[in-house]
Design a protein around this ligand. Structure first.
Ligand SMILES: *[C@@H]1O[C@H](CO)[C@@H](O)[C@H](O)[C@H]1NC(C)=O
Ligand SMILES: *[C@@H]1O[C@H](CO)[C@@H](O)[C@H](O)[C@H]1NC(C)=O
Ligand SMILES: *[C@@H]1O[C@H](CO)[C@@H](O)[C@H](O)[C@H]1NC(C)=O
Ligand SMILES: *[C@@H]1O[C@H](CO)[C@@H](O)[C@H](O)[C@H]1NC(C)=O
Ligand SMILES: *[C@@H]1O[C@H](CO)[C@@H](O)[C@H](O)[C@H]1NC(C)=O
Ligand SMILES: *[C@@H]1O[C@H](CO)[C@@H](O)[C@H](O)[C@H]1NC(C)=O
Ligand SMILES: *[C@@H]1O[C@H](CO)[C@@H](O)[C@H](O)[C@H]1NC(C)=O
Ligand SMILES: *[C@@H]1O[C@H](CO)[C@@H](O)[C@H](O)[C@H]1NC(C)=O
Length: 700
């Protein structure tokens, strides 16, 4: 852990940045990429080179250049970020070693869904977990962490790996003594944000929003017994890799973050020695060479760091995902086989079960009048129903408003009838006892109440029912962003689906207390809210498919893996017609020329596009598989059925492997009329039938 004095200084330094309110709007933050092979001899460090360069370009009438260098980057990219006037930027462009520059931009946290209300529901990373992630260091670039959560206790966790170079910053409300053998690093990056919004204060690594605490406990939370979300999903909770170490790199405060801070976090995480980088945030519509996650992840990948990113929550339309680069794992959000429910009991015995995540308890056997209000957005109608249970029908697509109004009223409880599943998911964690019913069920209830006998018009609730084996599951969540990737449509993205829907995970106390404005008694508040999804349903495994940069030596035994090298990615970038400058910005290395451009990466999936004119065409994909099984083995290709007029062939269609790590090539050919939205697969089936390595084939 770092020493206090260091970090007291850091905080002070940040504050001094914060006080630079005099820097006028004529200045902007720029990220400048430099070719470090051209650093002039007298300089001994990149930092001194950049500092000195900035001094030479700085306008004498402007604030001192030394205070305007925000970060020096040396791992994620080579370069720096600085606050510059446009004239100064032009001068920077003439510096020896100048490569490219971009204006700082805001980041998008993937939390547009119920997570904000529920402390639930987000994309989370997946990685090859082995031995519960023992000794794996997971770096999360996120909103910070709530270190007191039970998920971050270090019981049963060994010494911190000696290769770890990170620290826990001690800042205002975050004492570095809160770190331990589980939470081994916590840092905050906000200089870029402060330059944009000087009125903000530099925050500590503490999470006040919940996202980062949630992602880190989902990824690597320790075992927590008797954890539950107030009675739902009770059991022993744990993250996907409960023995892994967590290092938090905070880049988002109050929902805001910028590229320069994200780059600084990735730069530091690489230097600190993380094994996995998990980023549930992204930048929409940035070109590859301007996207800090693409660029930072490339550097991380080259260092052997596995990078997992979220696809985003901008579904269900096509082409909505971010982080769709070949060198990262891109994870879509799926539903679990688990549903949270409650039941409404009428006093005559009629009952109906619906969705609910109401955290409180309803007084047992206590019955209240139930009335059909129809449109619960009407405050007058709700006032009349004071002390009763209301039934609301969402026929005008105003479910969200109705839920808000009901929660702000004096009704005892509510039943919402709606098929607006997206909105239900967003509002399901209510502060008033509430049940959500589908249209069909709901209409039955409405009929029953409006026609029934007077005693039927008394009702009670029972909450905290968790049902497993909901079918079909897992399913792609409606909100999850879809491929193809706009920045690189030649590879199929997202790579995998992992449970991201109604995941219960740790939640900062600050967020928890905000959720507790309810009139009924809550369960033990000291229990953290935990991921139980991983108990029943592991994240959709990559089915033996390697994705991104896979080291076959580290793979579990999925049979066959597809691996790629940095060189393959350079050939890929060449084929995408990036300039030498752009390629160097992404890869940090100088390329002399594009000798072997190819869009056909050795990827574990196949995507091609339909022809507008519907003529016959041929598409060929070449792949190399590495055998990671024991002994010898024979794999035979199996191709799913396609429509008439399309032929999909594999050559050779049988491959024999004699020893581990042996590589074999094959070619997949698609021929015929390419029809939009065609989905199929190639499976390599091991002769003993134990292992099936399946790759999707998609025509978009
Ligand atoms: C941090 O915690 C340690 C041990 O709990 C304590 O001695 C120290 O005073 C704390 N520092 C601050 C700045 O609160
Ligand atoms: C429910 O779904 C049906 C079919 O998808 C649609 O026609 C109807 O408008 C929806 N009703 C509401 C209240 O959203
Ligand atoms: C809640 O109700 C109060 C008065 O009853 C009203 O002033 C306020 O605007 C309401 N808030 C919302 C969000 O509807
Ligand atoms: C919660 O924890 C506090 C402090 O650890 C303790 O005093 C309190 O009794 C606990 N509350 C419950 C409901 O267990
Ligand atoms: C790259 O440029 C060549 C030549 O202009 C063009 O044929 C090809 O389609 C371009 N590739 C991509 C991926 O845009
Ligand atoms: C494929 O389908 C999408 C929508 O389903 C459509 O926008 C697109 O134009 C189609 N492409 C071709 C080549 O038919
Ligand atoms: C299909 O149409 C495009 C123009 O829309 C044309 O450039 C291309 O040559 C056509 N392909 C074939 C195989 O006719
Ligand atoms: C497999 O393909 C690679 C290029 O993709 C080539 O270098 C290698 O020689 C091929 N191996 C065999 C056994 O054909």
């Amino acid at each position: 852990m770092g020493t206090c004095s260091n970090y007291v200084f850091l905080c002070f330094f940040f504050l001094s940045v914060a006080s630079q309110q005099s820097i006028s709007k004529a200045y902007e933050t720029y990220i400048v990429h430099m070719d470090v092979s051209l650093m002039p001899k007298p300089f001994t460090s990149h930092h001194s080179w950049y500092t000195s360069s900035l001094a030479t370009v700085a306008d004498s009438s402007s604030p001192p250049s030394s205070s305007r260098l925000l970060y020096t980057y040396s791992n994620a990219i080579n370069g720096f970020s600085a606050i510059l006037s446009s004239a100064e930027l032009e001068a920077v462009k003439t510096l020896p070693g100048y490569l490219s520059s971009t204006k700082d931009k805001p980041v998008k946290l993937d939390t547009t869904h119920s997570y904000r209300f529920l402390g639930l529901n987000h994309d989370h990373g997946a990685w090859p977990a082995s031995n519960y992630g023992d000794n794996v260091i997971i770096g999360l670039v996120d909103t910070g962490i709530w270190p007191e959560s039970k998920s971050f206790k270090d019981d049963g966790i060994g010494e911190i790996p000696s290769r770890w170079r990170g620290v826990c910053e001690s800042c205002s409300d975050f004492n570095s003594s809160l770190c331990n053998r589980k939470l081994i690093g916590a840092r905050s990056f906000g200089k870029g944000m402060l330059a944009k919004k000087p009125e903000m204060s530099m925050s500590s690594p503490r999470d006040t929003e919940g996202h980062g605490t949630h992602t880190s406990s989902t990824a690597a939370g320790n075992y927590v017994e008797d954890a539950a979300f107030y009675g739902y999903a009770a059991g022993t909770a744990r993250g996907v890799a409960p023995k892994a170490r967590i290092a938090m790199y905070k880049v988002v405060s109050g929902g805001d973050g910028v590229v320069s801070d994200v780059l600084a976090a990735v730069d530091q995480a690489i230097d600190d020695g993380v094994d996995v980088l998990s980023m549930s945030l992204g930048f929409d519509s940035l070109a590859l060479d301007e996207d800090p996650i693409a660029v930072g992840a490339f550097a991380a990948m080259e260092k052997g760091i596995f990078v997992s990113t979220s696809a985003g929550n901008a579904g269900p339309n096509d082409g909505t995902l971010h982080n769709g680069y070949p060198w990262v794992l891109n994870v879509a959000a799926g539903t679990l086989d688990r549903k949270f429910e409650g039941t409404l009991h009428l006093s005559d015995g009629y009952s109906v079960t619906g969705q609910s995540l109401y955290p409180g308890k309803f007084p047992a056997e206590k019955y209240f009048s139930i009335v059909y209000v129809v449109a619960c957005q009407n405050e007058g109608s709700l006032e009349k129903a004071r002390g009763k249970i209301v039934v609301c029908l969402d026929i005008t697509n105003t479910l969200g408003l109705q839920v808000v109004r009901v929660q702000n009223s004096s009704v005892v409880g509510a039943v919402f009838v709606s098929n607006d599943t997206d909105t239900i998911e967003f509002f399901i964690r209510t502060t008033t006892p509430t049940l959500f019913l589908e249209l069909k069920q709901g209409k039955k209830l409405v009929d029953y109440i409006t026609n029934g006998s007077p005693e039927a018009k008394q009702a009670s609730f029972k909450f905290h029912e968790t049902r497993f084996n909901a079918k079909p599951s897992p399913q792609l969540a409606k909100y999850s962003s879809r491929g193809p990737s706009r920045v690189s449509p030649y590879i199929l993205k997202p790579d995998i689906l992992a449970p991201g829907d109604s995941i219960l995970a740790s939640c900062p106390a600050a967020v928890r207390s905000a959720m507790m404005t309810t009139s009924y008694v809550l369960d033990n508040m000291n229990n953290s809210i935990q991921d139980l999804g991983s108990q029943r349903s592991q994240p959709a495994s990559p089915l033996g498919i390697g994705a991104g940069h896979i080291d076959p030596n580290k793979a579990l035994n999925p049979g066959l893996v597809y691996d790629t090298s940095s060189e393959d990615y350079v050939n890929f970038l060449c084929a995408m017609n990036f300039t030498k400058n752009q390629i160097q910005t992404i890869t940090r290395s100088v390329i002399s020329s594009c000798t072997n451009p190819s869009l056909d990466l050795n990827y574990p999936s196949f995507i091609t596009f339909s022809d507008a004119n519907g003529t016959n065409s041929v598409r060929e994909f070449r792949r190399t598989v590495t055998y990671v099984g024991q002994g010898s083995s024979v794999y035979t290709a199996r191709i799913s059925e396609f429509y008439e007029g399309l032929s999909v062939r594999v050559s050779p269609d049988t491959i024999e492997f004699k020893r581990k790590f042996e590589k074999k090539n094959f070619t997949l050919t698609i021929e015929g009329k390419m029809m939009n939205k065609t989905f199929g697969s190639l499976s390599w089936v091991e002769s003993k039938g134990k292992i099936v390595v399946r790759s999707p084939i998609v025509i978009m």
